[in-house]
Design a protein around this ligand. Structure first.
Ligand SMILES: [Zn+2]
Length: 310
């Protein structure tokens, strides 16, 4: 009898372990500069292995409080990030800057609200998060499974009618948060840490990976990248991909968005369908980008459609 009990126990143990490990984010922050850490997102599309954690999340520790940049894809992810930050510092996590409303950056935010953290996000992007959040959440659940999104909720929250730029002091370090509206999204936020000259630019910059453009104004976006290139920083943390130290690396994003824009405008003007362009294949210079094919196929028809109606 004892033998069977043991077997049953082991069976239950293994099953519960599986359930736990399946939905556990295996993330570890890397130190970019003293007291600045980044959880690097998986530079792939959302899949059942990465649980949607494809974008970078960062935190900055001052002498009085902590600021987090981006909330990740879910409640579970937000919980993990908070747990890890608490193992680094007992200071309060006072601010969360959500760079824009896309799910990989915003869906963990309700966990931070529970934590008493103040959320900083552009009003236009809060509106989109609230308006489209539940639909996007449903799509994600269908794509990679409900379990990754346990307790993830789209919540309306108070915005103190914030005017940008915002200055916050974490104790011994001053942070500036700037709004770049109608660029990659309707309202992207950039975070600058003056002490370390580190800048966090969200999805205004992608590194090595094809930038996504569903809500973009490419003209403005292109100008914003130039502005970022000209500003004073030593380290740049993009929304996706590795840390950037050289300004030239920003040209990758610029090149992709201008190229896809040019092709889309030409197609709209000549009445070409996306299928006709896809038959020609992806242009050679773009093939080196990670997720080039997926992004090209998804974004090009959207852009052509947009220009046909302009
Ligand atoms: Zn993103």
């Amino acid at each position: 009898m004892q033998y069977f009990k043991n077997i049953i126990f082991i069976f239950i143990f293994l099953n519960s372990f599986q359930a736990l490990s399946k939905n556990n984010f295996n993330i570890h922050p890397i130190e970019v500069s003293k007291n600045i850490y980044v959880f690097m997102g998986d530079n792939n599309d959302v899949n059942p292995k990465n649980g949607g954690a494809i974008s970078n999340t960062a935190f900055i520790i001052g002498t009085k409080s902590i600021l987090v940049i981006d909330a990740g894809p879910s409640y579970l992810y937000g919980s993990k990030v908070i747990e890890i930050i608490k193992s680094y510092s007992s200071l309060p996590i006072r601010y969360l800057v959500v760079t824009h409303h896309h799910p990989d950056h915003s869906f963990g935010l309700s966990r931070f609200i529970e934590n008493g953290t103040k959320i900083i996000m552009a009003q236009s992007e809060i509106n989109r998060y609230v308006k489209y959040g539940n639909r996007l959440l449903k799509q994600l659940k269908n794509l990679i499974g409900e379990d990754w999104f346990i307790d993830t909720k789209i919540v309306a929250f108070e915005n103190e009618n914030i005017k940008f730029p915002i200055n916050v002091n974490l104790g011994g370090r001053e942070i500036i948060i700037e709004l770049y509206d109608q660029g990659h999204s309707e309202g992207d936020l950039i975070v600058k840490d003056l002490l370390s000259k580190t800048i966090f630019v969200g999805d205004l910059v992608f590194n090595e990976r094809a930038p996504t453009i569903p809500h973009a104004n490419i003209n403005n976006w292109n100008k914003y990248i130039s502005t970022i290139m000209d500003s004073n920083w030593d380290y740049l943390v993009p929304g996706h991909g590795k840390l950037i130290k050289e300004k030239e690396e920003l040209l990758l994003t610029k090149y992709w968005i201008n190229y896809i824009d040019k092709i889309a405008k030409k197609a709209a003007k000549n009445g070409m369908s996306p299928a006709e362009i896809f038959n020609k294949g992806i242009p050679e210079p773009l093939l080196k980008y990670k997720l080039a094919k997926e992004t090209w196929i998804r974004d090009l028809p959207l852009l052509i459609n947009k220009y046909e109606f302009e």
